[in-house]
Ligand binder design. Structure first.
Ligand code: RB5
Length: 144
C-alpha cells in the first residue's frame, strides 16, 4: 500500500507522527512537500499531493492542517478525489464503504494523535462496497 501525505505548517507535528506510524505498518509513504517548518498555504500542499497521488498510483491521501477544513475543501475541488475530515471511526468506515473516499483529512488543533491513528487504521483497512447503488452514486460524484 502507498499513501501520499501532506500538511501545511498547522499540521506538521502530526505529519511526522503519521508518517512514522504508517512506516511501522510497512506502508510506503510519499511526502511531496516534505515536513514544513515555515508557513505554506494549504491549497499548494493539496495541489502537490493530488498530483503525486496520480503519478505514483497511490491508494490514499492523508492531509493535515490546523482544522482539517482547509485541506478537505481544497482536495474536494478535484473530481477524482473524495475527501472527508473526521475523527470518528464509524464515519471513516462508512466513507470507505459507501463513498469510496480516498482522502482523509485531520485538524491537528482538534484531535488527539491516538484517535487519529485509530481512524487511519479503519479507513485504510475498509474496502469500498461493490453494491450497485453505491457504485452508481460514486460514479455520479465524478460527473459533478
Ligand atoms: C493555518 O494557520 C490554518 O489556517 C490552516 O492550517 C487550516 O486550519 C485552514 O483550514
Amino acid at each position: 500500500m502507498k499513501i501520499v501525505l501532506g500538511s501545511d505548517h498547522g499540521g506538521s507535528k502530526y505529519l511526522s507522527e503519521i508518517d512514522e506510524f504508517l512506516q511501522k505498518l510497512n506502508i510506503e509513504t510519499i511526502v511531496p512537500c516534505g515536513f514544513p517548518t515555515d508557513s505554506i498555504d494549504y491549497p499548494d500542499v493539496v495541489k502537490s499531493c493530488v498530483s503525486s497521488f496520480g503519478q505514483n498510483e497511490a491508494n490514499f491521501i492523508i492531509l493535515i492542517c490546523g482544522s482539517g477544513v482547509g485541506v478537505s475543501i481544497a482536495a474536494n475541488r478535484y473530481s477524482h478525489i473524495r475527501a472527508l475530515v473526521t475523527a470518528d471511526l464509524y464515519q471513516a468506515k462508512l466513507a470507505r464503504e459507501h463513498n469510496h473516499a480516498n482522502c482523509l483529512c485531520f485538524g491537528e488543533r482538534l484531535y488527539g494523535i491516538d484517535q487519529i491513528k485509530e481512524v487511519i487504521k479503519v479507513f485504510i483497512n475498509t474496502s469500498g462496497s461493490k453494491e450497485p447503488r453505491h457504485l452508481n452514486r460514486v460514479e455520479k460524484l465524478g460527473d459533478l
